[in-house]
Design a protein around this ligand. Sequence first.
Ligand SMILES: [Zn+2]
Length: 661
Amino acid sequence: MTHNASTPTGPVTPVLPTRGVLSPLGLDEVQITGGYWADLQELNSAVVIDHAEHWMERVGWIGNFDAAREGRLPADRTGREFADSDVYKLMEAMAWEIGRTGDARLEERFQALTARILPVQEPDGYLNTHFGRPGQAPRYSDLENGHELYCYGHLIQAAVARLRTHGSDPFVEMALRAADHVCEVFGPGELESIGGHPEIEPALVELARCTGEHKYLDQAALFLERRGHGRLGEIWFGPEYFQDDVPVREAEVLRGHAVRALYLTAGAVDAAVEREDGPLLEAVQRQMARTVARRTYLTGGMGAHHEGEAFGEDFELPADRAYSETCAGVGAAMVAHRLLLATGAGEHADLVERVLYNVVSTSLAEDGKAFFYTNTLHQRTPGRQTAADEVAPRAASSLRAPWFAVSCCPTNVARTLASLGAYLATKDDDGVQLQQLAQAQLSTTLADGCPVGLQVTTDYPHDGRIQIRVTEDATRPWTLKVRVPAWAQAGAVLRAGAETISPADGYLTLTRAFTAGDEVQLDLPMQPRWTFADPRVDAVRGQVAIERGPLVMCLESVDLGADVATATVEVTEPPVEADGQVLVPVRRIGMADPAWPYGAAGSVGAGQANDAEHRSALAGAGAAAVTDGSGEPELVPLVPYHSWGDRGPSTMRVWIPVAGS
Ligand SMILES: [Zn+2]
């Protein structure tokens, strides 16, 4: 990691609150050294970042800056109004990656991109390729949909990454000029409005943390307070779409466009923490608690409506129409990480784990060259493979696609994976908390100078054993806390020498004057388990999901040898695990096609088997007829949801009808 004199001291991390219950360990203190997350980081480093840059050259989004420089706009502009933001998100990913690996070639590319963007910035700090030139709409003439403030938000987050990993440079100076411009134009008594897509809010707070400039925090707080008073104009989806319906501190739940709502909430946590605004922090905690309890998929995915890419009503969580945008998964992790730091409550780290394993890593193809934009929990018809050189419309792709006309998700995955180490561990004056269970090396110093070093060895999430070796002699007793996911509370055990410890409040806790070489071992119960939904999630009533460790599993037609619509599952015994596979007992039901698919119990379709199976057919497959269901069930292997579709088009379901229910 290179630093110059202007690099602020402190951990290298995307979120660095000046107060709160816990402090994050930075990327300079945590290295992921192997296993699942190391593989993803390697894929990001070797493929995803290059892929995103290649595509943005190809579709012209980087070229928009060249066209601006050369006076070829608006004629030669490509992409949507927010295309600039994806270039900045790519650069954020690059900045974290350069910080992590010191990759000199990537550093050259970062500087080359900077050189192409820099001349486009206007003397007063304004920077956008879509507005303000002859033939383009005037600046800030479409705050609802224009995304200028959103683009600045991503520019600033990339600059924070650059500042923390490298120090000031022309890119950072460009972002600071843009941030100053925003404060001037949108300050008190000036243009008293907000942007339709939140994102500038968390960015400005982080810039304030990074530079010590209070005005950025004040501006973020202004944007937050202005929201919810109907300042934005009428749009098709109503003011709820961009959270302009209810003031942030009065809302009860997240609603409207999911990514907008989550970015706004991340900014609200940041501002509340920095301004010691207890009521705002409480409001956000209340909103997130209800959102998690009533508006979140089993995967941690958020957003049940394709229309408006929005949250549904409470418990409206249809598996087959799940929007669950990949970016909403990233947004949920952003909010949960901030709430973890602010409150110390392990449930937030649980949510981070759920979305990282079941949304963010689901998006990414095995080869790193294709992505899910939406993350359905039930694929009814085999998807269509998008060609390697084809741009997919955003939500229409039924399998992972290499690039999208709206391509917010791939660059969001890239920046998240490059900074993944930031989610792993936290500290307070008493010690260190291991929040995520990955193979890693940690080294930090507590407030009084006591050194802490840990080496974590594990094959989690495949295996439930986590070995932690202390690598530094302590100068006094300190407390090691290891988060135990909610699903593992009953069976988790920490062994330290002869001592055996069980979890309390979501953590295993051990206080000692540790010496180098001390070892503790955590074992989590990894046997696969049946998971049922609150009956108010009526879209999956009578159905069951299967989880193993932190992974949601799913059934694919490739493994069933038939459409998954024909499957019902017996739940009288736990799921089976054999040869590294999770298997469930499936009864297949035959499908007939009645002319009218409704009727009295037992009267619909033809060729019923027995009553129980007929009922299961009615419950599980609409009113399809039972033609076959007797005999022994067949054990069918499941795959982790995050790898569904890897073998090509298939039908898939996470929630499977329970036989006989
Ligand atoms: Zn997205």
